[in-house]
Design a protein around this ligand. Structure first.
Ligand code: TA6
Length: 295
């Protein structure tokens, strides 16, 4: 455990041992609370006025070898399986790396946590490029997360990235998602066939795994039995909607026990056609803002 006591803010940000002995920050500001693990820089909890906005599996593992199942895992530098080496970890290495806490700050209505990850011998063995990631998390009436990528190599590199957000819903069979109408997508459930969303909200009636491309749209998860949630974004041109449905979820030890219907992933992404090419010394920024929608 690193000594981060200098970054604690009394009554707002505390740092301690979480599940599995992993180091975490607890944030409490105005009506909001959040939990952030240094493992994968994973925001595992964001509650507003006592309502859980993010979903985190109650059977998630908390060990350095595996991503936390839920909250907002960070995907970098490839999305999904590695494009040409299936032995490499799915979704890259950022979500299982140990991130460094570099700053905290608080105003009356917002607490800020800044984490960083730089290239290392471990990452270079998986991906031969020098980089620095900076992840800025603002906790308040909404949850704003910004991932900045800097190319510190002397050659260009191309990467995928995602804020793989799990959102709590009353029942995934009874929600709809607006913002993706008439948008092209790759349907992972149908051999990555390229399709086009109808001029209607996305509704889920079975396993759903769609990578929407060339979309800068904000999305809304409309849930008549619960609060609606907006996923706003900038610097992102792809959006993923995912739920594994019952059979696949029950086959995952870290997502079993009937949890499948209680979440939907609406992910803020740059992948596939929207992968980011970065020149030496250049940087790129992607932001997701998760907000409960007052009636
Ligand atoms: O974002 C959707 C997805 O790519 C799905 O295909 C599924 O694999 C999901 O990510 C979760 O992946 P994980 O490696 O966390 O089980």
């Amino acid at each position: 455990m690193n000594d981060y006591t200098q970054f604690e803010i009394p009554g707002v940000i505390t740092i301690g041992e979480g599940e599995g002995g992993l180091q975490k920050l607890e944030v409490k500001i105005a009506e909001a609370e959040a939990t952030i693990y240094l493992h994968g820089a994973t925001v595992t909890r964001y509650d507003v006025a006592g309502q859980a906005i993010l979903f985190c599996s109650r059977t998630s593992r908390y060990d350095r070898a595996k991503a936390i199942r839920g909250g907002v895992p960070l995907i970098f530098p490839w999305f999904g399986p590695h494009p040409n080496d299936a032995t490499l970890p799915q979704h890259g290495f950022a979500r299982t790396a140990l991130w460094e806490l570099i700053a905290t700050e608080a105003t009356e209505r917002c607490a800020t946590v800044i984490l960083s990850l730089s290239a290392s011998a471990e990452t270079l063995a998986l991906w031969p490029h020098d980089f620095v990631l900076t992840y800025t998390i603002h906790v308040g009436n909404d949850l704003e997360m910004t991932l900045d990528v800097v190319n510190r190599s002397d050659t260009p590199f191309t990467f995928d990235e995602a804020l793989h957000t799990y959102l709590t819903v009353s029942d995934v069979q009874h929600i709809c998602i607006t913002g993706l109408e008439n948008t092209e997508y790759y349907d992972k459930v149908d051999g990555f066939a390229r399709k086009r969303q109808a001029d209607s909200p996305v509704r889920l009636a079975g396993e759903t795994d769609r990578l929407f491309i060339d979309t800068d749209a904000n999305c809304r998860i409309l849930d008549a039995a619960r609060i609606d949630i907006e996923v706003a974004k900038s610097g992102s041109h792809s959006t993923v909607v995912w739920n594994p449905w019952e059979e696949k979820a029950e086959a995952l030890a870290d997502l079993s026990g009937g949890q499948w219907s209680g979440f939907v992933c609406v992910e803020t992404v740059n992948a596939a056609d929207n992968a980011i090419a970065l020149e030496p010394g250049a940087s790129h920024s992607m932001t997701a803002i998760i907000a409960p929608i007052a009636d």
